[in-house]
Design a protein around this ligand. Sequence first.
Ligand code: ADP
Ligand code: MG
Length: 440
Amino acid sequence: MINKNKGPLIKVKNVHVTYNEGQSNEVRSLIDSNIKLYPQEYVIIFGPSGCGKSTLLYTIAGLQKPSKGKVHIDGEDIYALSKKAKVEFHRRKIGLIFQAFYLIPSLNVLDNVCLPKTAGGAQMKKRREEAQILLNRFGIANQSTKMPSELSGGQKQRVSIARSLSNNPDIILADEPVGNLDSISKHNVMKILDDLNKRDRKMVILVTHDASHLRFGDRILYMRDGKIVKEEIVKNKLSPDEQMPEEVSTQEKIAPDLKMLMRAFQDLSLSQIGVLLAPFKAQQLFSHIMLSKTYEQIDRTSKGLEDLLLSKMSYDEFVDKLDTSIEKDGAGFDKRNAEKFARQAMDLIATKQKIDPKHSEASAEVILDYLVKKFELKMNADQEKRAKILLSLRVKNKISVTETQKGFDLPTREGGAGFDKRTANKIAREVEMIMLLNYG
Ligand code: ADP
Ligand code: MG
């Protein structure tokens, strides 16, 4: 996601990097680079070998001083910082991942992950617990006491990603992180980067010369001969799972217990089992407890709702989608529940379409009608008058959700609408839903 609200997080301005300047072996690695990078975006730096991708990345990382020009991160001119401030800045803001992993061979996996925290003086025990959580997340919990030499390439890269995250930086810089990996490990690492960007909302800058990675980002910077020659916004961003390599999708090697689980949880992919099982379990557990629906049902239903909201899908098509089995890419409801659910959604959507902050009183009446029907509210004239005033104020954004809820809860003699607390809560939540749908 590109979030331009708060302005760029990183600004590269007229940056040149020249090696061996003025000598016969002078190399102009970076020529007059200008870029603005925004919080939470996933940027791909793409170009042939030797075009200056790593130089650009290390310049952003604070590791390669420009011969000319400036790099600002979060408003700081990073090359103007004192040495100590730069170390601190680096520790807090930036996580680095390299093609060659750069794990310390004499330290075990857990200590490698803890390493960047040492300078922060965090308590040893807490540090180790947090490192272990990162290893769990990436499916390498059991490797924590092994030495790097005992790990596969894919495992090493996951350790190095865990290390890059250990101070919870906002920016992850990755220089050809899958260059040395087999295709399944490549897929796992790409999936982790995707997850860090989407779920943890980290800015990810990925250097690659592999064209199959291009659509994983929000934006592509094309480089050639030391220059950024083209910039492209990715219109249909792909998740790595939508581009599964052959080896990953063949199901032969799957153990029977897993096969059984995969039958129950259709969205459980092989890369999740290897790498991101914890978030998958958490999602499933949440939907199981909170909503008595499976994650697949929720996922398919939300996708349907999105189409319904965008008018890409009719009411009947939506009911159909809900009523179709999970195996056939539906949401697996039965007919009656599908209709009940769809009607609720349509009622909300129909209500939000009639809301217009410029006509707050008419809007308040529409919302009140909806609430009366939905919650079978019984009101006297006084309550009705108060309710309309509150709703009209909310529509005009004069009062917040809390004030709406309090207003509905307060007795009429104190100026409220005189409902009980539970009803007032339900009403306020419903109103916020309508306001959200109407927003934008
Ligand atoms: P990429 O990452 O796109 O392969 P690099 O940024 O590593 O490209 O390199 C860009 C150019 O700068 C290349 O010609 C490379 O040989 C040269 N280069 C990189 N580092 C140095 C260095 N320390 N000294 C001299 N030349 C260098
Ligand atoms: Mg390089």
